[in-house]
Design a protein around this ligand. Structure first.
Ligand code: BJ8
Length: 423
């Protein structure tokens, strides 16, 4: 990584501790990404963003703020970036996927809390992540109980705004979410001093829909027998989606897709013929959590689909672009976001239907349903998911894990055995 010491110091980061975090990154990139054979050339952009993860994009955000711009940090796929973009601000993901931040979070939270939540608090309070320093306002949401309560603690250190997400999907719930988005708009307008107009919101919807279409195209490239890209590379792109400039990201994903479509036409695959096609479903895998992808793809499988918020839940369903007034557009935004099937909702039948549909579309041989330790909603939902997949004749392996490597060998053995019985 280039020298960003001054920027990090100016952001009030703990430089000593941050150096430790940065020192492990080159090794991880080499082991997980660069060691893969026959990678698409256009992954070079995503490799660069990863290598400079705490440098290039934070520097852009610093400049944006110096020019008077506001940055909003988000933690969930339900929070609509459109409203933030329409107010001339920047949205950046803040979910944390490294064990490095977990002990810091455990100073504030019970040990039996989901690692994603513990890492969120560790990243903020240890002052080792520039994105957490750069966001002017954090936007939380009432999804799982752990996150809700953690936002109260974060709110002691940073301006925290929480959206009240319904837990059911009746018509009145969609209306309620539209009301929450209207209030978010008011808050963002007040913070930025900019008005969200029909023109700016229409443009923002076009920007995010284009991003969704590019990601759908990327996943479409993985539906045929030929596998032009590893799941390990795809998960990296999805993780970067939460941080990068949306227009640039869309362009880079489309450029990657041009190469992948060419590879498919020419039969260029990153895996030998007959490699078992795996779907990873469940809790999100946020940067830098590549643990399961790496395990599956070094155990004889290929990940060809992710049903998660770092997967299809992030980009499926476009926003209907027919709205003309701000009010109409907010209704359309709410309708689209309420189609995301998170296990925080009850009932959540749509998620089972989605997974079975995706299994067919991606010609899946087996599903690995991953649950981050202590995530109750996905854990409990795993029971019904398993039943549904069995009824549909799709083999499934349930896995519970965290951000440590302590279970890696045991998981590898289980994954190898699962792939072997897929025949
Ligand atoms: S829409 S999946 S991004 S809430 S894994 S913190 S649920 S205990 S991340 Fe999520 Fe939004 Fe749902 Fe997606 Fe809680 Fe579970 Fe941890 Fe989770």
């Amino acid at each position: 990584m280039a020298d960003y010491q001054k920027m990090w110091a100016d952001l009030g980061m703990n430089l000593e501790m941050h150096d430790i975090l940065c020192s492990v990154l080159p090794g991880a990139i080499g082991d997980v990404f660069l060691s893969q054979k026959n990678r698409p050339e256009k992954m070079d952009y995503f490799d660069f963003v990863l290598a400079e993860v705490h440098g290039v994009r934070p520097a852009e955000l610093v400049k944006f703020r110096e020019e008077g711009g506001k940055v909003f940090g988000t933690f969930c796929a339900y929070v609509p970036d459109e409203v933030i973009i329409a107010a001339g601000a920047i949205a950046t993901g803040l979910c944390a996927g490294s064990q490095f931040w977990v002990p810091g979070g455990e100073k504030y939270l019970p040990a039996n809390t989901c690692p994603l939540i513990k890492a969120m608090l560790g990243a903020r309070f240890d002052r080792t992540c520039p994105f957490y320093r750069l966001a002017d306002v954090y936007i939380g949401e009432t999804t799982c109980d752990g996150k809700k309560k953690a936002y109260e603690i974060l709110g002691t250190d940073v301006p925290m705004y929480v959206m009240d997400l319904p837990q059911m999907k009746r018509e009145k719930d969609v209306k309620k979410w539209a009301g929450e988005i209207r209030e978010l708009k008011d808050m963002v307008e007040k913070e930025t001093g900019n008005k969200v107009t029909a023109e700016s919101l229409k443009e923002a919807i076009k920007i995010t829909n284009a991003k969704r279409k590019a990601l759908q195209r990327l996943f479409d490239c993985r539906k045929g027998k030929n596998i032009p890209i590893s799941g390990t590379d795809v998960i990296l792109a999805l993780q970067i989606a939460y941080y990068d400039d949306p227009k640039r990201f869309t362009q880079m994903v489309n450029t990657l897709c041009d190469e992948l479509e060419k590879r498919n036409a020419e039969g260029v695959s990153v895996f030998p013929e007959g490699t078992k096609r795996i779907m990873l479903s469940g809790t999100p895998m946020v940067i830098p959590n590549w643990k399961l992808h790496n395990l599956v793809e070094t155990s004889g499988g290929a990940v060809v689909c992710e049903e998660s918020c770092t997967g299809t839940r992030y980009f499926e369903n476009l926003i209907d672009e027919s709205g003309e007034t701000v009010d109409e557009m907010i209704d359309k935004i709410a309708e689209r976001y309420m189609k995301i099937n998170c296990a925080c909702f009850t009932p959540n039948e749509g998620r089972f239907d989605d997974i079975i549909r995706l299994c067919k579309e991606h010609q899946i041989d087996g599903v690995i349903d991953q649950n981050l330790k202590f995530c109750q909603t996905y854990d409990v939902e795993g029971y019904t998911l398993e039943q549904r997949l069995k009824e549909a004749g799709i083999p499934v392996l349930g896995i519970e894990t965290d951000y440590t490597d302590s279970d890696a060998q045991q998981l590898k053995t289980r994954i190898e055995a699962f792939i072997e019985v897929l025949g």
